[in-house]
Write a protein that binds this ligand. Structure first.
Ligand SMILES: Nc1ncnc2c1ncn2[C@@H]1O[C@H](COP(=O)(O)OP(=O)(O)OP(=O)(O)O)[C@@H](O)[C@H]1O
Ligand SMILES: [Mg+2]
Length: 332
């Protein structure tokens, strides 16, 4: 496999101390074993090319952060291998760090009690960035992320949205070729999410920065990442284009009917009702061949229709379908 990031049958196993509930806890010394093994990443392989933007998605505990940590050199794979720009990240941590940027949504890289500017200065020195380059990058990032107004405020005084923008700016000051982001939009409001998404998409498209981001927010992926890697329980489930995911998991298209007056219950043979609010009714089409004409024909003239729309399944629906199917299989 070729690419600037390559994982070949990469696995990571953690030993977790076993917890003994209640009375059993008193006898825990007598019960063995004391540890259980958790395979956080289970033989994952992929290759990511320069300039790609890839969303890494999966439920809690699926192994996303563990994979990011192996690619950034923080963790060592238990088996298999990872290579980033031709290096083994954990063996050449400093050389790797010079060429990558890392943002952890849940953990700050900025100095809590110091002004944002001081953390940036630290980065300036650690990465030995030429003064002119540093000034140019800082100016560009301040403009794009709108952070000039709080550069001199201590980090602890910033809102989450402001802090996240500062974190992202800091990760890019040394011109990394690859940016890893672990849940960059977690906890942000709609406006801040939008700004972060637009920014990431822009530096990917215009500056060619390769992006790998983990998220629980499917809109992040829709707006930034044409390619999606989906994992569950440590294993790779899907790697491909977002559009392909929809067909693979057979999610259904959404039908919305808006009426001029309350239609009461609306029954259609080709669609399943999902929700209703006011005069609007939402359905999922049972068959991906059904056309709008067929729907309208079935409705007939009995309803006072105001508007109608038929949309591709949103990715939330795709993922929900997948998990429902998986749960059904497990139950069987
Ligand atoms: N340092 C560690 N020691 C022991 N177990 C760990 C460690 N880090 C992660 N794990 C376990 O590995 C599994 C994967 O964790 P990981 O943090 O990679 O998941 P995640 O996909 O990032 O989840 P989330 O969406 O909640 O962030 C979990 O079962 C977790 O408990
Ligand atoms: Mg995580």
């Amino acid at each position: 496999m070729t690419g600037i990031i390559v994982a070949v049958r990469t696995s990571k196993t953690f030993r977790q101390r076993r917890r003994y509930p209640g009375l059993l806890g008193s006898f825990k010394g007598l019960v063995s074993p004391k540890y259980t093994e958790v395979k956080a990443v289970d033989e994952i392989s992929f290759a990511i090319g320069a300039g790609e933007a890839v969303g890494y998605l999966g439920p809690n505990g699926a192994g996303k952060s563990t994979m990011i940590k192996m690619m950034t050199g923080i963790l060592v794979p238990s088996s298999g291998r990872v290579s980033v720009l031709g290096r083994v990240p954990h063996k050449e941590r400093m050389a790797n760090a010079r060429e990558i940027g890392v943002v952890f949504g849940q953990r700050s890289q900025l100095w809590w009690d110091l002004p944002v500017r001081d953390s940036f200065e630290l980065s300036h020195h650690i990465y030995d960035i030429a003064q002119s380059r540093f000034d140019e990058n800082l100016g560009m990032l301040c403009d794009m992320l709108g952070i000039s107004s709080f550069l001199d405020s201590p980090v602890r005084q910033l809102s989450l949205g402001q802090r996240m923008r500062a974190e992202i700016a800091m990760s890019l000051l040394h011109d990394p070729k690859i940016l890893f982001l672990d849940e960059p939009t977690i906890g942000l409001d709609v406006m801040a999410k939008d700004l972060v998404r637009k920014f990431l998409s822009q530096i990917n498209k215009e500056r060619g920065v390769t992006i790998i981001l983990t998220t629980h927010d499917l809109q992040d992926i829709e707006q930034i990442c044409p390619r999606l890697i989906m994992v569950d329980d440590g294993k790779l489930l899907f790697d491909g284009e977002l559009t392909k995911l929809r067909t693979v998991f057979g999610a259904r298209r959404r039908l919305t009917l808006e009426f001029k007056s309350d239609p009461g219950d609306v029954v259609l043979s080709c669609a399943t009702p999902v929700s209703s609010e006011g005069m609007t009714r939402h359905f999922l089409l049972d068959n991906d061949k059904t056309s709008l004409i067929e729907v309208l024909t079935e409705l007939g003239d009995g309803y006072d229709l105001h508007d109608v729309s038929l949309d591709a399944p949103d990715i939330e629906e795709v993922i929900r379908t997948y998990y429902q199917n998986r749960l059904a299989v497990e139950a069987a």
